[in-house]
Ligand binder design. Structure first.
Ligand code: AMP
Length: 395
């Protein structure tokens, strides 16, 4: 039996999932949250049952120990079964185009990317260091959100600002959600029997965070997020694209850098537009005649369609459009609105099939038989993708 533990460490949380790679199947998963506070909690799911343990956890070391305790008291990991730990790392800059076996050089390179992701990389690093101390005898692998997009051409990733300034501060498009775009594009190509070397696929990862990606032959050629995960689509609480001049304007109007950070990351997107970031609530309000909610939906869909159009041109057409993540997998209305009126571009959704697809059903084709471009709903599984990449890396 070879098992892989996937860890996704945030500043006050550890999300984890254990896979048996002979399936591969998920064995157990869970979340350690509110680390460093009095009311920390471990929620551990195994064999269809959720186990909750409350009590203060001072730091990530205590958090990992609590996770291990949850395994031990429910279904212990057999001796020798765990062959590696895969760590999600948000930013690999331009240093990593693939997952990396973690050693001192890799740790230093991840540290070197902290200025590019000051909120995420320090927490990811802390998780790696604590987990390596707890499990020193097995390999640890870093899997980067940015790596999949390292195949973008300069034309796609370079911002049109002074070249020296851009290069000095490493300001360029990196892109994120790479494990998800890689996983769903590969799954879609396999499901449709497309030639992996030439398939043109546009993936729409629509969750609380959201991004679009143009994939040709299994390689990312463009994506909507940028230097940071703020660019591109309208998200739950993040703005997506905005004229950079608006930032200068707001700074001149007296906002501080921290105010701007909060505005763009926490008080924007659907939340900023209408006060709710959950699309279920936005739909409910719109259906009840709430014009503010209605117009928030319009902005949300308009932006997705703008990227869809751009990527259809970049790829010279598409074999498939893929919807994934919380909204993409569960929201037939958004899928229908994104694809509305695109018959002349070869995209046509079957309303009846589409309206029945909610939840993790596996890949489902919701296009009409005549639609030249297939429209798929593919449940994403970033943890499984990290486990698979980890196994490939240690082998
Ligand atoms: P994620 O970040 O992928 O977990 O997606 C979370 C988001 O998915 C939520 O904030 C909701 O906006 C959206 N979502 C989840 N379930 C549904 C649903 N049944 N219908 C519409 N949106 C949903």
């Amino acid at each position: 039996m070879s098992q892989i533990l996937v860890l996704n460490c945030g500043s006050s949380s550890i999300k984890y999932e254990l896979f048996d790679m002979t399936g591969p199947v998920s064995v157990a998963s869970g979340l350690v949250e509110r680390i460093g506070e009095e009311d920390s909690r471990v929620t551990h799911h195994v064999d269809g049952v959720s186990h909750v343990v409350d009590g203060p956890l001072a730091d990530h070391r205590a958090g990992l120990a609590a996770m291990n305790e949850a395994f031990t008291t429910t279904r212990p990991i057999p001796d020798g079964a765990l062959v590696a730990v895969g760590h999600r790392v948000v930013h690999g800059g331009d240093r990593f185009a693939a997952p990396a076996l973690i050693d001192d050089v890799v740790l230093e390179a991840i540290r070197d990317c902290i200025p590019l992701a000051p909120l995420h990389n320090p927490a990811n690093l802390l998780g790696i260091e604590v987990a390596m101390q707890a499990n020193p005898d097995i390999p640890h692998v870093a899997v980067f959100d940015t790596a999949f997009h390292q195949t973008m051409s300069q034309a796609a990733y370079r911002y049109a600002i002074d070249r020296d300034t851009a290069d000095e501060h490493r300001v360029r498009k990196y892109g994120f959600h790479g494990t998800s775009h890689a996983f769903v594009s590969r799954t879609a190509a396999a499901h449709l029997g497309l030639d992996e070397r030439s398939a043109r696929i546009i993936t729409l990862h629509l969750g609380n965070g959201a991004s679009a990606c143009a994939v040709r032959g299994g390689r990312s050629v463009d994506t909507s997020m940028g230097l940071t995960p703020l660019a591109g689509l309208v998200m739950g609480t993040r703005s997506g694209d905005i004229d950079p001049g608006a930032m200068i304007h707001l700074l001149r109007m007296g906002m501080s850098v921290d105010d701007l950070d909060t505005l763009l990351n926490r008080s924007s997107g659907l939340k900023g537009l209408c006060g709710d970031n959950d699309l279920r609530e936005v739909h409910r309000r719109a259906a009840a005649g709430d014009e503010v909610a209605r117009s928030a939906l319009d902005v949300y869909v308009h932006r997705i369609r703008a990227y869809l159009g751009a990527y259809l041109v970049e790829l010279g057409g598409a074999d498939a459009v893929v919807f994934t993540a919380g909204v993409g997998e569960n929201d037939p209305q958004v899928r229908a609105a994104v694809c509305a009126g695109l018959q002349s571009l070869g995209i046509e959704i079957d309303e009846t099939v589409n309206s029945g697809v909610r939840g993790p059903l596996g890949p489902v084709d919701v296009a009409t038989p005549d639609s030249r471009v297939r429209v798929l709903v593919v449940p994403t599984d970033e943890e499984l993708e990290i486990a698979t990449s980890t196994l490939a890396t240690i082998n």
